[in-house]
Design a protein. Structure first.
Length: 142
């Protein structure tokens, strides 16, 4: 039955009611009937369930935040640069100093959050400072 309805639509054209074809069930990205959702930046079409997002993004770095709902998008690419763990966008998350040094082990501590341990060379052992930031990327303390 569905096949016949699709065939009729292909030959004679769809019978649109807004974004939804009442004959074959197909939909198009036009004439949606949007309704508000819990998130103020999103609306859902009551006919086809298509969700439209309209975020107002803020931020100049890798990670942007929606001004209205707080959703974030993107990610930082952390790397060691001197005594800091930084991203190419300029955000910093740890400022390191050598708290213990006995060859071949060097332990580092962050001046900002106080976390310490391991090395800053991404090996399996020790604390890897690249995993989680100690402060927000644009915090003035960094």
């Amino acid at each position: 039955m569905r096949f016949i309805q699709r065939l009729i639509c292909e030959i004679f054209g769809h019978k649109w009611k807004g974004c939804h074809c009442v004959r074959c069930g197909d939909w198009r990205d036009e004439e949606h009937q949007y309704q508000a959702m819990e998130n103020p930046c999103e609306q859902r079409c009551s006919r086809c369930a298509y969700v439209k997002s309209e975020h107002i993004w803020e931020g100049t770095g890798c990670v942007k935040t929606c001004k209205t709902c707080g959703k974030t998008e993107g990610q930082h690419f952390w790397q060691y640069k001197g005594d800091r763990v930084v991203c190419g966008c300029g955000a910093a998350k740890h400022k390191l100093y050598r708290s213990y040094c006995e060859n071949p082990i060097t332990e580092y501590t962050c001046e900002i959050c106080g976390k310490s341990g391991g090395t800053n060379d991404n090996r399996e052992f020790g604390y890897d400072f690249l995993k989680a930031p100690c402060v927000e990327p644009n915090d003035p303390k960094t």
